[in-house]
Each structure stands twice: as structure tokens, then as C-alpha cells.
Write a protein that binds this ligand. Structure first.
Ligand code: SF4
Length: 51
């Protein structure tokens, strides 16, 4: 489990009850590419895998 990571994406195969992430590492990117976001809504977890 990734301590300190809160995730609400409950249909990800790494998601565990309590809003935990059970992946060994995650990758987070800017929506649409690039290297800069202006608000949290513009970022996403690339490690997501639908279960
Ligand atoms: S891999 Fe990403 S989307 Fe999936 S549970 Fe972890 S933080 Fe959430």
C-alpha cells in the first residue's frame, strides 16, 4: 500500500477499501500532456487500470 496516498477511484484494480492505493508506485500526469497544470482537476493517475 502507498502510505499517504488517498484515492477515490474505486473501480481501479489497485484500489482498496479506505481510499487506499495498493500499487507499488504510481505515475501522475497532466491531462492532455505537457509538464504544467494549473489546478488539481488537470492531473490524473496514469497507473489506473480498470478492474
Ligand atoms: S493506481 Fe491510481 S487510480 Fe489506482 S488506486 Fe492507485 S492512485 Fe488510485
Amino acid at each position: 500500500m502507498l502510505a499517504g496516498v488517498k484515492c477515490t477511484v474505486s473501480n481501479c484494480k489497485y484500489w482498496k477499501n479506505g481510499e487506499h492505493c495498493d500499487a507499488s508506485a504510481i505515475e501522475v500526469n497532466v491531462d492532455g500532456g505537457g509538464k504544467a497544470a494549473n489546478q488539481s482537476e488537470q492531473t490524473n493517475c496514469k497507473t489506473f487500470y480498470q478492474k
